[in-house]
Write a protein that binds this ligand. Sequence first.
Ligand SMILES: N[C@@H]1[C@@H](O)[C@H](O)[C@@H](COP(=O)(O)O)O[C@@H]1O
Length: 250
Amino acid sequence: MKIMKVDHYEEMSQEAAKLVKEKIKANPKATLGLATGGTPVGMYEQLIKEYKEGSLSFRHVKTINLDEYVGLTAGDENSYRAYMNNLFFKHIDIPNESTFLPNGDADDLQKECEYYEETIKSIGGVDLQILGIGGNGHIAFNEPGTPFTSRTHVVKLASATREANARYFDDEEDVPEYAVTMGIETILESKEIVLLASGENKAEALRELVEGEKDEANPSTALQGHPNLTIIADRQACKKLGEQSFTKEQ
Ligand SMILES: N[C@@H]1[C@@H](O)[C@H](O)[C@@H](COP(=O)(O)O)O[C@@H]1O
């Protein structure tokens, strides 16, 4: 595990975009695992900027997202498909058919989960996975108590997660109760993982991820065993980490 402590959100976003850019330069056909939520928005903005300046192309890249709400159609403005289209895909040169998200509106969600696992395999697995972290330690939508051996599955969202995500909806009651998410084992198979954390409200979750016991009660601790994990976190998010946890990368 490598921890890169940066000053603020902007710097976190720039460092994350830099790693994505390096990955694409090294392999223009790379598969990126992408995340939603507030945290990666700045990284997407930075990548769009690089694309517009002509220093980066996504023409041969594939992307696969971590999760999607159950019951929202792709056209629903609160779906993660809409988030990805609006905040990233429509601004870059990636072909639509190279971008994958679970279909949370599928009739048979179990089949959709199996299909998603097959999709990940068929595009060669994830080369670089971007992750955020929930205040309760969730990664993707894997809530506390999710087995570390889980694959893509349907999950009932914790009330803390629904509350945290209510800011995007008109009403908290509109936040879907269920989601389809890559499982923890699925995520751990990514060749490289970059986890982003910004703000004091992530400090405790980050402390547990870095310094806590590996325990299914905290999904993020599963990452401790990953051979190629970089955490990019700002000062506020690093507030509760002991000095021994840092090896600042230049
Ligand atoms: N499913 C997403 C996660 O992928 C995300 O990492 C997390 C943190 O969100 P935010 O970045 O808005 O704090 O919550 C959401 O529920």
